[in-house]
Design a binder for this molecule. Sequence first.
Ligand SMILES: Nc1ncnc2c1ncn2[C@@H]1O[C@H](COP(=O)(O)OP(=O)(O)OP(=O)(O)O)[C@@H](O)[C@H]1O
Length: 232
Amino acid sequence: MPKAKEDTVKVAVRVRPFNQREKDRGAKCVIEMKGPTTYIQNPETPNEDPKMFGFDYSYWSHDGFADEDGVLVAKNDKYATQRKVFDNLGQGVLDNAFEGYNCSLFAYGQTGSGKSFSMVGYGKNRGIVPITCDELFQAINKSSDGTKFEVTFSMLEIYNEQVRDLLTKDNPKGGLNVRQNPKLGLFYVEKLKKVAVGSYNEIERRMEEGTANRTVASTQMNATSSRAHTVV
Ligand SMILES: Nc1ncnc2c1ncn2[C@@H]1O[C@H](COP(=O)(O)OP(=O)(O)OP(=O)(O)O)[C@@H](O)[C@H]1O
């Protein structure tokens, strides 16, 4: 039976820097963060108290950073780096996975809000998934008690309500089926390709392969507005 842990859902929010469009419009930041609490001030009612929201973590990445050769580094304690986000969220997932628990990371937000940056990252600013994979193999390589590990990789996207395998160019019309194992209760995607990976670099290569097969990547030139969600 898959193990379950109680009280293990962690919720974090992160504020990204303004993009060029927001800067050009003279956008004003209405978010403040203190510790794990996020405050939102309605600019139309500046005399009212801001709305307060409690999370496990509130990450301020809006300002307070410098770009050092492509890496965003903190100029003050308030700024949350990619490493800080991994230490708080990714490390626990990795630890629980080693203990045999099933773990998931899920990013939610409107387009351009920073999901990919936090989860996967761009360039040298690696996000939670690559750092987790890297640390996973470091831990495996350090293990000396004879434990055997098997690491497999799958990547899919849900696009227009259909599940597509991103490790193949041959998806069936109508997409793959999502099934539930009647004994274990686990949900799985039938016929989803699972490949064995032996190092972080292999995962990186597979992720690149999967990303190239994304519907959004291949339809960007048609300026599609449809959304796709990728699961690694
Ligand atoms: N914490 C951050 N620090 C610096 N830049 C960021 C941060 N988060 C996001 N960005 C930048 O904002 C832009 C949009 O982020 P990203 O692509 O991650 O959004 P998204 O939510 O994944 O969008 P979509 O749903 O359209 O795929 C990118 O240029 C990214 O580099």
